[in-house]
Ligand binder design. Structure first.
Ligand code: PLP
Length: 434
């Protein structure tokens, strides 16, 4: 089934596949997209981002677009705070408290009350620290339940944390995790899963896996890199234990912006991570010879934070706070509905689940020449990315992607496939980033 399927046939198939979802969108014309944009309550937010003209940016799930609020803040941090105020800025500009302050700004986006999120370091570092802390907190148990389809860094760090703590990693697909947790009884120390499958965009059952883990006394760690800023997380309401996430994707914190870690308040007093740096000490400037953990979430701090990135992120977060995650999620689902309908019309194999409850904020379609197709699309100004072996990934940030963008991207994709433009030898060179 490829672009040769007639439009009418494909429409019929799309309706059959989509079931109830078909009622939630209809039509794939430019006029219909324009009418959706005209009714979009978030449409005004697009001007709060700096997007180059002529580009349809569907890779905000890898590197978010630049928020308009950021450059002036970075300029101020560099020239005034660093250049003029120098080391005094740790106090006068409250650099010292930035990790917990920015953590509190991220908290509402993951459904967390203040005092439970710290910002700094990378997702990988937080993953490692939280996994070791979880294994230490359940030291009588030997199994780390992990997602076989997880992002590679999560897999590598699970192996390393388990090795360090004498545990065994058992890889169980998310769909079977609750059942396995119940069957294992008290064997599992921690279940570590991604909120969304980074390839297909499939959303996992956070409530079900968490409840099953807690029923057996196990802890959960959720990696929300691919959902924070696009899909509600509900950390407090679902009683999550640990949540890690990056900020350079949907949150537009900038390349390499610092990640965050949520530690539920009830676990903080016993939080015993692998990396016990001086910024997590109870009295850092006493320069004591031995580690004494700070109270609260501050003990999850490690060393000196990357302040340029963190203060850029703080500026970026404003726009997300204003929009509200509920409105963002509603539009994201409408955008992905429309793109899925377009992909169905093109006869493409959509790898992303159709029910809203199982879909993140991206759409993945399979194509045997995914790399070349994406390279040809990027040349046409439509930027998405690819993941092996055959996935074309399109991410939808509701704050700056319009319905017109969706239709334009689908038209460009249809044009590439119908014309065979991707077979041009210049597109066979593999690009490691997109
Ligand atoms: C689910 C997930 N976890 C972790 C990471 C990356 O971790 P880090 O920020 O340490 O590079 C990514 C990056 O794409 C990711 O998708």
């Amino acid at each position: 089934m490829l672009p040769h399927t007639s439009r009418e046939e494909a429409r019929g198939q799309a309706r059959e596949h989509a079931g109830n979802d078909a009622r939630e969108t209809s039509g794939t014309s430019r006029a219909y997209a324009a009418s959706l944009d005209a009714r979009d309550p978030l449409a005004g937010f697009r001007d709060r981002f700096r997007l180059p003209p002529g580009v349809v940016y569907l890779d905000g799930n890898s590197l978010g677009a630049l928020p308009d609020d950021v450059p002036a803040v970075v300029d101020d941090v560099v020239h005034r705070q660093w250049g003029t105020d120098l080391i005094r800025s740790w106090n006068t500009h409250d650099w010292w408290n930035a990790p917990t302050r920015v953590g509190d700004a991220i908290a509402p986006l993951i459904g967390a009350a203040p005092g439970q999120v710290v910002c700094g370091d990378s997702t990988s570092v937080h993953l490692f620290n939280a996994l070791v802390a979880a294994l230490r907190a359940r030291s009588g148990r030997s199994v780390l339940l992990a997602d076989p389809d997880t992002f590679p860094t999560d897999a590598y760090l699970a192996d390393s944390a388990a090795r360090l703590c004498g545990a065994e990693v058992r890889r169980v697909p998310a769909a079977e995790a609750a059942e396995v947790l119940r069957a294992e009884g008290t064997g599992v120390a921690v279940a570590a899963y991604n909120h969304v499958d980074y390839r297909t965009g499939e959303l996992r059952d956070v409530a079900g896996i968490t409840a099953a883990a807690h029923d057996t006394g196990a802890l959960v760690l959720w990696d929300v890199c691919h959902t924070v800023g696009a899909v509600p997380v509900d950390a407090d309401a679902l009683d999550l234990d640990f949540v890690v996430g990056c900020t350079y994707k949907y949150l537009s914190g900038g390349p390499g912006s610092p990640a965050f870690l949520y530690v539920a308040r009830r676990l903080q007093a016993g939080f015993d991570p692998a990396l016990t740096g001086w910024h997590g000490h109870a009295d850092p400037f006493a320069m004591e010879p031995a580690y004494r953990p700070a109270d609260g979430i501050a003990r999850a701090r490690i060393g000196t934070p990357p302040l340029l990135g963190m203060l850029a992120l703080e500026a970026a977060l404003g726009v997300f706070g204003e929009a509200g995650i509920t409105a963002v999620r509603a539009k994201s689902l409408a955008l992905t509905d429309l793109f899925i309908t377009c992909a169905d019309e093109l006869g493409l194999a959509v790898a992303t689940p159709r029910p809203h409850a199982r879909r993140g904020s991206q759409v993945a379609v399979r194509h045997p020449e995914a790399h070349a197709v994406m390279a040809a699309l990027v040349d046409r100004g439509v930027i998405g990315d690819v993941r092996p072996p055959d996935i074309l990934r399109f991410g939808f940030n509701a704050l700056y992607v319009s319905f017109a963008d969706v239709v334009a991207a689908a038209e460009a994709l249809g044009d590439v496939l119908a014309s065979g433009a991707h077979r041009d030898p210049k597109y066979t060179v593999r690009n490691t980033v997109t």
